[in-house]
Write a protein that binds this ligand. Structure first.
Ligand code: C2E
Ligand code: MG
Ligand code: MG
Length: 710
C-alpha cells in the first residue's frame, strides 16, 4: 500500500552526529511526507549548500563549531533568502529562538522536546508562513512601487480615525513636499476650490451613502503657490455590515492640462478667430439667456442690434482680403469702445455683426449707442497704407413679450437693417409692427410661390408687338400671370421681386422661357409669315449668371424647331449695371447663338448710355413713362426722339412701350419709330385669344383690342 506523500527537500545543519541522527529518525516518522535530507556538520558548507541548491526548509542548529548564536541565523537568512528556516536550540538558550524569529526564522524548536509530529507540524507551518509572508511582502512592495511610480496621487482615508495617508505624488500635485501636509482629511477638503465645494461634497456624500458605485469628481484645488489646479479624484469606500463607511481610498490625477485644452477648444468654438469676438453660437446663447431673464422680469429691457458694413464687399474685392480682415478687426475694437461691459458684440459671419444691449432704460436708449457706433465708424481706418472708409446701417429690435426665441429677435433686427439700408448708408431703423407685417407678407408670398409652380398656378399672357408702318404684328411679349387660389389674378410686379430674391428664380424663369418657345413654335406653324412671328421673354438678371444658359437655350430652340432670331430676351438696364462683366460672357454666347437681346425699360436706369458701348444690343425698348408723357412734356418727346435717332445711328431697333393713344402713335410714326407695343393695339391676352387675334390677320382693329383680357 503506497501512501500519497509530499516530497520535501531539507537541509540539516547540525554538528553533533547523534542529534543529527535523532532528527533524521523523527523525520522518517512524519506521516504524509517524504524527506530528502542533506546534512552538513559545519556552518560554512551549510551556507554554501543553502545558496547553491533550492531547499524547501532548513533546520539550523545555532551552536556550531564555526559559528554560534544569532549571527548563524542572520548569515543563513542571507544565503537562502527564499527558504524558510527553523532554528534548533538547547533548552538553556530558549530565548535565543525568540530572537531568531526577529532575524527572519520561521520557527524555533528545542532539541530535547522534539518528536516526529512536532517536527512535522513545525515544518508545515514554517513553509506555509514563509509563503504567506512572502506574498504579503511582495504585494506591499508592488503597492509601494505603484504608489511611488504613479503619476496619480494616492490617498487612503481611515474614516473613523480621521487619518489619511497622502502619497508624495498627491502632495506634489499641490506643490507640497512630504513633510508639509499632515495626515488629516481637512488638509484635503480645505484646499478644494470654493466654486467646486458644493459639487465635491455632493459627490462624496452620494458615495458614502451608497448611492454611487464610485466617488468621482473633477474639481479645482488650491496649490501651495496660491494658484489653482484641476484634479480628478476617484475612490471607493469599504463598509461594515450595516453600510457605514470605514475606509476609503483612491487616486487623484492632475487634469489641469486637459481642462486648459478643453477650455481653449470651447473658447475657439464660441469665438471668431479674426476679431476674438463671440461668434453666432455664443451670441445666440447669451441672447437666449437674456431673453429668458426678460420673460421672468419684463422690467429688464434690452435690445438687439444687427448690421453689416456698407461697401465691405467692394473693399475686399478691390484692396484684398488682408485689408478686409484688418478692417473687420479694427471695426470690432472701435465698436467695443462704444459699449458697456455687460453688452455683447459678436461677429455673426462675414461682415455681419450683432450687439446685445443689456439693461437699457427705454426703447430710445439703443439709438444713442447706434449714434456712437456710427460716429466711431465714420472716422477713417488706416490699413496697410490705405485709407479706408466704411459705415453701417443698423437695425434695432427692442425686447418685447412677442419674442419667444432669440432668432426671432435677430430676424427682426435684420428686417429693420434692410429697411435702414433702403433709406441710405449709415442710417438706422427700429423694428416696428409694420415691418413685421411686411416681412410676414413676403414670407407667405414666398411659400405660396413655391407651391404655385407645382400646382400649375402660373400662366402666360401675350401682348403683341406691332410694326408701326404696316401695323402688322411682329411678335409677342410673354408676360407672367399668377392665378392665386385666394387672391385671384396676381400681376408680376407684385411677386417678381420676391422671386428674384429666392432660389425660385431659375425654375420659374425657365418655365416661362420654355412655355413661350413651345407656344411660338405652334403659332409659327399655324400662322406662317415673312418674317416669322417672334417671342420676347423677360429674363431675370440672376438667370444670366448661370453658366450653361446659352447651351440650354440652344437645346430648347432646337427642340422646338425655332430659328434663334425668333427669340428675344429682354434684359433690364439694371441687370447690366448690377452684374456688369459677369453677365457679359453669357450675353456674348447668346449673341453668337443668334438670339436677339433687347434692353427693357430703356431710359429709366442709371447712366443709361455708357453700357451701350460695352455690348451691342439688338433693340432698345423705350420705357412707357416717356411715351405716356410725350403729349404734355416737351422733354419726354425730345428724349424719345433722341433715343430713336441714337439707336438708328448705333444700328439698333426700337420698340416704344405703353402706347395707349392715337396721338402717341402719330407722334412715334413722325419720329420714324419702327415698332410699338401697348393697349392701343392690344392688352396682354390669353393664348386662346391670341389665336383668334392672329386668325383675323394680325391686322389690328379697335374691335380686336376690346375682347382681350389684360
Ligand atoms: P415689362 O417687361 O416692361 O412689360 C411691359 C409691361 O407693361 C406689362 O406689365 C404690360 O402689361 C404693361 N403694358 C403694356 N402696354 C401697356 C400700356 O399701353 N399701358 C400701360 N399702362 N401698361 C402697359 P406686366 O405684365 O404687369 O409686367 C410688368 C413687368 O413684370 C414687366 O415689365 C416685366 O419687367 C416683369 N415681368 C413680366 N413677366 C415676367 C417674366 O416672365 N419674367 C420676368 N423676369 N419678369 C417679368
Ligand atoms: Mg419686358
Ligand atoms: Mg418694359
Amino acid at each position: 500500500m503506497t501512501e500519497l506523500s509530499v516530497t520535501c527537500k531539507l537541509l540539516l545543519v547540525e554538528d553533533i552526529e547523534s542529534e543529527a541522527q535523532l532528527v533524521t529518525k523523527h523525520l522518517r516518522r512524519v506521516s504524509g511526507w517524504r524527506f530528502i535530507i542533506d546534512h552538513c556538520d559545519r556552518l560554512t558548507p551549510g551556507l554554501e549548500r543553502a545558496s547553491d541548491e533550492r531547499y524547501d526548509v532548513i533546520l539550523l542548529d545555532l551552536n556550531l563549531p564555526d559559528g554560534a548564536g544569532l549571527e548563524v541565523c542572520q548569515r543563513m537568512r542571507k544565503s537562502a533568502p527564499q527558504t524558510p528556516i527553523i532554528v534548533l536550540t538547547n533548552q538553556t538558550s530558549a530565548e535565543l529562538g525568540t530572537k531568531a524569529l526577529r532575524e527572519g526564522a520561521q520557527d524555533y524548536l528545542i532539541k530535547r522536546e522534539v518528536d516526529g509530529p512536532t517536527l512535522g507540524r513545525a515544518i508545515r507551518y514554517a513553509i506555509e508562513r514563509f509563503r504567506v509572508d512572502k506574498a504579503l511582502r511582495e504585494s506591499e512592495q508592488r503597492y509601494a512601487l505603484a504608489v511611488s511610480g504613479a503619476n496619480d496621487g494616492i490617498w487612503d482615508w481611515e474614516i473613523r480615525e480621521d487619518e489619511v495617508y497622502f502619497s508624495s505624488r498627491w502632495k506634489g500635485i499641490l506643490g507640497y513636499s512630504d513633510g508639509e501636509i499632515a495626515d488629516q482629511v481637512r488638509e484635503w477638503f480645505e484646499r478644494v476650490d470654493q466654486r467646486d465645494r458644493e459639487r465635491f461634497n455632493e459627490a462624496l456624500n452620494q458615495h458614502l451613502e451608497g448611492r454611487t458605485q464610485y466617488f468621482e469628481c473633477e474639481y479645482r484645488m488650491m496649490t501651495k503657490g496660491g494658484d489653482v489646479r484641476w484634479v480628478s479624484t476617484r475612490g471607493v469606500a469599504i463598509k461594515d455590515e450595516v453600510g457605514t463607511a470605514l475606509r476609503m481610498a483612491g487616486s487623484m490625477t492632475d487634469i489641469t492640462r486637459r481642462k486648459q485644452t478643453e477650455a481653449r477648444l470651447l473658447h475657439e468654438a464660441m469665438h471668431d478667430a479674426l476679431t476674438g469676438l463671440p461668434n453666432r453660437i455664443l451670441f445666440m446663447d447669451r441672447l437666449d439667456l437674456i431673453l429668458r431673464r426678460f420673460r421672468r422680469d419684463p422690467s429688464k429691457l434690452f435690445a438687439v442690434l444687427f448690421f453689416d458694413l456698407d461697401r465691405f464687399k467692394h473693399i475686399n474685392d478691390s484692396l484684398g482680403h488682408a485689408v478686409g480682415d484688418e478692417l473687420l478687426a479694427q471695426v470690432a475694437s472701435r465698436i467695443l469702445g462704444c459699449l458697456r461691459p455687460g453688452d455683447t458684440l459678436a461677429r455673426l459671419g462675414g461682415d455681419e455683426f450683432g450687439i446685445v444691449l443689456n439693461d437699457i432704460a427705454g426703447p430710445s436708449d439703443p439709438i444713442y449707442v447706434v449714434e456712437r457706433v456710427q460716429e466711431a465708424l465714420a472716422l477713417e481706418f488706416e490699413i496697410e497704407a490705405h485709407t479706408v472708409y466704411t459705415s453701417a446701417s443698423i437695425g434695432i429690435a427692442v425686447s418685447s413679450e412677442i419674442y419667444r426665441a432669440p432668432d426671432e429677435m435677430l430676424r427682426d433686427a435684420d428686417i429693420a437693417m434692410y429697411r435702414a439700408k433702403s433709406a441710405g448708408q449709415a442710417t438706422y431703423a427700429v423694428f416696428d409692427t409694420y415691418m413685421h407685417d411686411q416681412a410676414m407678407f413676403q414670407h407667405r408670398l414666398e411659400t405660396d410661390l413655391r407651391r404655385a409652380l407645382d400646382k400649375g398656378e402660373f400662366e402666360i399672357y401675350y401682348q403683341p408687338i406691332v410694326d408701326l408702318r404696316s401695323e402688322r404684328v411682329e411678335g409677342f411679349e410673354a408676360l407672367l400671370r399668377w392665378h392665386h387660389p385666394s387672391r385671384g389674378l396676381v400681376m408680376p410686379e407684385e411677386f417678381i421681386g420676391v422671386v428674384e430674391d429666392t432660389s425660385l428664380v431659375a425654375p420659374i424663369g425657365w418655365w416661362v422661357i420654355e412655355h413661350a418657345c413651345h407656344q411660338l413654335a405652334v403659332w409659327q406653324r399655324l400662322f406662317p409669315g415673312v418674317p416669322p412671328l417672334t417671342m420676347s421673354v423677360n429674363v431675370s438678371g440672376r438667370l444670366f449668371l448661370t453658366d450653361d444658359m446659352a447651351k440650354r437655350i440652344a437645346a430648347l430652340l432646337e427642340d422646338c424647331g425655332l430659328a434663334p432670331n425668333s427669340l428675344r430676351l429682354e434684359i433690364t438696364e439694371r441687370v447690366v449695371m448690377d452684374h456688369g462683366d459677369l453677365v457679359l460672357s453669357t450675353l456674348a454666347d447668346l449673341r453668337d447663338l443668334g438670339v436677339e437681346l433687347h434692353v427693357d425699360d430703356f431710359g429709366t436706369g442709371y447712366s443709361s448710355l455708357s453700357y451701350l458701348q460695352r455690348f451691342r444690343y439688338d433693340t432698345l425698348k423705350i420705357d412707357r413713362s416717356f411715351i405716356q408723357t410725350m403729349s404734355d412734356k416737351i422733354d419726354s418727346s425730345a428724349i424719345v426722339e433722341a433715343i430713336i435717332t441714337l439707336s438708328a445711328t448705333l444700328g439698333m431697333k426700337v420698340v416704344a412701350e405703353g402706347v395707349e393713344t392715337a396721338d402717341q402713335v402719330r407722334r412715334l410714326r413722325a419720329m420714324h419709330c419702327p415698332s410699338a407695343q401697348g393697349y392701343w393695339y392690344s392688352r396682354p391676352m390669353h393664348q386662346d385669344a391670341v389665336s383668334d387675334y392672329l386668325r383675323v390677320g394680325g391686322h389690328l382693329t379697335t374691335e380686336v383690342s376690346t375682347f382681350v383680357a389684360h
